[in-house]
Design a binder for this molecule. Structure first.
Ligand code: RIB
Length: 329
C-alpha cells in the first residue's frame, strides 16, 4: 500500500521539558525558589511538528528517543496530535532528550537542553524516511540534532526546505545553499549571516546576498513581529496584542505555521502574517505546545486584527524565542 502523502516532514529533536516557574530568572551563582513545577512534551522539532498538525496539516516526524518510558510517552503524545511517528526511532545509546526550562513572572525564559538521543540522530536514521522527505511539500529542520543529519535531510528533500538554525551556530556553505527559507531570530541572524541585523531593514537583502543563501530569510523579532526578505523585497508584520504567560515554543509555533502556509502554497507575505498570528496566540499558556492554536483561531486573530503589515524598526533588544505579543499579564 502506498503511504499517505504528507504536507510537512519535520526532522529534529523531541524532549521532555522540565519547567519551573520562578518570580525572576536567577543571576549567575544565585539560587531562587520555584513557584511551581510541571513537565511538558517539547523539543524544537517536535514542537514544530505539533504546531503544523494543530493547523490541520499531515505531518511526519523524523527523530530519535531513548529506549525509555519518556520515549514511549512522547511517541504517544505526538501520535495523539495526529503526527505520523513511523519514522521516530529509538536508540540504546542515550536517553530521551530533556530540557530544563525556567519561566519567570514577566514571561522571560531560559532553557538548557540535554540532547540525549537527539544528538545520536544520524544520516542512517533517514534512510527509512527518504520517500517521505522526497514527497513532502515542506521539510523543516533545526539544529538540536547534528548538522550533518540536517544537511542529509535537506539533500533528500523534494520540496521547500525550511531551516531554523537554533541553537545558533555557523552553517556549512552546502547547507546554506540547500535551504529555501531560513528562519532566524536576531541572535541567529548574526551567527549565521556573520553580521548584526541591520538597523535599516532595507539592508537585509545585501546581507543575504553576501551570505551565500539562495532563498528567503525570515527574521523573528520577538514582541515586534517578524520580517520577510524575499529577493529584494522586505515585508514586516507586527503581532496582535494578546496576553503573554510563556514564550517557550513561540518560535516553534511560528515555524510550524509558516510550514503549514507554505505547504498550502500561500504567498510568502500571507504565510508571514499567518505565522506571526499563530505564534502570538501560542504564548497564552505555560508549556511549549499548550497554547498552539487551530487554523480557525489564527484566521479569527487575523480577521479581528486588521492590516498589520508595517515597517517594524529593529531597535536592538535581547532576542526571545519567536514573536511574542506586546501586552503582558
Ligand atoms: O523552542 C523551545 C524548545 O526548546 C523547548 O520545548 C525545549 O525542549 C527546547 O528544545
Amino acid at each position: 500500500m502506498t503511504p499517505a502523502r504528507v504536507d510537512v516532514a519535520v526532522v529534529g529533536s523531541v524532549n521532555i521539558d522540565l519547567v519551573a516557574t520562578v518570580a525572576r530568572l536567577p543571576l549567575p551563582g544565585e539560587t531562587v525558589p520555584a513557584l511551581g513545577f510541571e513537565q511538558f512534551f517539547g523539543g524544537k522539532g517536535s514542537n514544530q511538528a505539533v504546531a503544523a498538525a494543530r493547523l490541520g496539516r499531515r505531518v511526519a516526524f523524523v527523530g530519535l528517543t531513548g529506549e525509555d518510558a519518556e520515549g514511549g510517552a512522547v511517541r504517544a503524545a505526538l501520535g495523539a496530535e495526529g503526527v505520523d511517528v513511523s519514522h521516530l526511532g529509538t536508540t540504546a545509546e542515550a536517553g530521551t532528550g530533556r530540557a530544563i526550562v525556567l519561566v519567570a513572572d514577566d514571561a522571560e525564559n531560559s532553557i538548557v537542553v540535554v540532547g540525549g538521543a537527539n544528538a545520536v540522530l544520524g544520516e542512517e536514521h533517514l534512510t527509512g524516511a527518504a520517500e517521505v522527505l522526497e514527497q513532502a511539500a515542506v521539510v523543516v529542520a533545526q539544529l538540536e540534532v547534528p548538522v550533518e543529519t540536517v544537511l542529509a535531510a535537506a539533500r533528500l528533500a523534494g520540496g521547500t526546505v525550511v531551516l531554523n538554525p537554533a541553537p545558533a551556530r555557523a552553517l556549512p556553505r552546502e547547507l546554506l545553499e540547500a535551504v529555501d527559507v531560513l528562519v532566524v531570530n536576531e541572535v541567529e541572524y548574526e551567527v549565521v549571516l556573520g553580521r548584526p541585523l541591520p538597523t535599516d531593514l532595507a539592508d537585509v537583502p545585501a546581507d543575504v546576498a553576501a551570505s551565500g543563501l539562495r532563498g528567503t530569510v525570515v527574521v523573528t523579532l520577538g514582541g515586534r513581529g517578524a520580517v520577510l526578505c524575499d529577493g529584494g523585497e522586505v515585508v514586516a508584520e507586527a503581532p496582535p496584542v494578546v496576553p503573554v504567560v510563556d514564550t517557550t515554543g513561540a518560535g516553534d509555533t511560528f515555524i510550524g505555521a509558516l510550514a503549514d502556509a507554505l505547504s498550502r502554497r500561500e504567498p510568502p507575505r500571507d504565510a508571514l502574517r499567518w505565522a506571526v498570528h499563530a505564534a502570538s496566540l501560542s504564548v497564552g499558556a505555560l508549556g511549549a505546545t499548550t497554547g498552539m492554536p487551530s487554523s480557525e483561531q489564527v484566521a479569527e486573530s487575523i480577521r479581528t486584527s486588521g492590516p498589520t503589515s508595517a515597517p517594524v524598526p529593529p531597535v536592538p533588544t535581547p532576542a526571545v524565542d519567536g514573536p511574542a505579543p506586546i501586552q503582558e499579564v
